[in-house]
Design a protein around this ligand. Sequence first.
Ligand SMILES: Cc1ncc(COP(=O)(O)O)c(C=O)c1O
Length: 408
Amino acid sequence: MFNIKEIRNQFPILQQQVNGKPLVYLDNAASSQKPISVLETWKRYYEEINANVHRGIHTLSQLATEEMENSRKKVQHFINAKHDYEVIFTRGTTESINLVAYALGNSNFLKKDDEIIIGYLEHHSNIVPWQMLCERTGAKLKVIPMDENGILQLDFLDKNLSEKTKIVSVNHVSNALGIINPIEEIITKVRKNSSALMMIDGAQSVPHFEIDVQKLDCDFFAFSGHKMYAPMGVGILYGKEEILEKLAPFHGGGEMIATCSFEKTTYAALPFKFEAGTPNVGGNIAIGAAIDFMKKIGVENIRNHENELLNYAQKRLLEIDGLKIYGEKANRTSVVSFNLEGIGIASDVGMILDKLGIAVRTGHHCTQPIMEFFKIAGTVRASFAVYNTLEEVDALVEGVKKAQRMLM
Ligand SMILES: Cc1ncc(COP(=O)(O)O)c(C=O)c1O
C-alpha cells in the first residue's frame, strides 16, 4: 500500500520549517532528499566498518569490501545488468560520461571527421565531454534538433546516421523540461543505420521508472545516486562487458592495475580497471540502501504517484493567466518548467517562493541551448519525488499566484 504519510516520516529534513513555513521541497531534479534508512546505512558504515576496500586482510576491510560489492550487485539487479562487473562506481553522471568520452579517446576509437550525435535536450554534462573529445580527435558533433514542444526530430537520425557515427549519447529524460525521450526508437535507428555505440544519460529516469539495460540494449547507461535518494558523490556507469573490455582506462592509479613496474603497467579486470583510487565506500554502500528504499515502495508506485502530481500541477498551474509551461504537450515525468508572462527573471519568482518555504530551481538548469531555443534566460522548475503531495502542489500554485501579484 502506498502510504504517503509513512513515506514522508522517513525523511527527517521534510519535517522542518523554512522561513517560518513548512518546507515544500520541489527541487528533486537537482537532488532528492535522503530517507533514514540511507542515512543510517552511511552512518553505520563510518561507525562500525570504516576501512579501505579490496586491499586489506583485516576484518574491517573485508566487511567494507563485502558490503560495497553487495551494493554493486543491488545496482546490477536494479538496472538488470548481466554481470556485476559491468557496474562501475563513479562520482556521478558527469564523471560517468567523462569516463566514457576519455576512455574512447584513449582507445583511439575516433579519428578526424568521425561523428558523435547527441540530442538537443542534453544537460551540459552530456555536451561538453563530447565537445572536448571532438577537440582531441577532430571528430564532429551533431545535434538531433527539436520542435517547439521539445520533441526530438528523429528523422534527423535517418538522414545522419552512417558508418562515420561512432557514438550516440542522449538523455532518457530531460532535466530542464521533464520530457521522456523515445529512447527505444532512437536505439532501434542507431542499430539499424550504424555501428555506433549507444549511451544513455539516465540521471533523470532512474529515480522515476524501471530501467532494464539489457532490454534497452544500450552500450552505456549513466546515473547519479543523489537524485535517487542516495548520498552525493556516488554515481554509476553501466557498460556492456565486451565494450568495457576493449576500452583503455580513464584514470590511472591504485586499484586499477594488475601489475605495475616503471617500464609497463597491466590493468586490472573489470570493473576495477575503471575505478582508480580509493572509492566513496560509505556512499557506494548507501546507494544499495536507496535501491532497497525504492524497491520497498515499488518503482511502479513511485512513477504512478509522481505522474499524479505532475498532471495535477500542470492542470492547476495552467489556470494561472499568462503562465507558459515549456514542453507542455510532450510526454513528461516529474518536472514542470514554466515562466510567467511579463516577468523576465525566473529567479524573482523563485525568491518569493522561497520566502513561502517552497524550494524550486530557477535559471538555465545546465541546459543553455534549450533556453536559447526558447529565447529565454531561464525557467522556474518544480520537480517531484515520491514524498511530495497534492497539498504541496496547491502551495506551489498559490505561491506562484502571489509572486505574479507582487511582480506585475
Ligand atoms: C540529465 C542530467 N544529466 C547529467 C546531470 C549531471 O549529474 P551530476 O551533477 O550528478 O553529475 C544531471 C544533473 O542535474 C542531469 O539532470
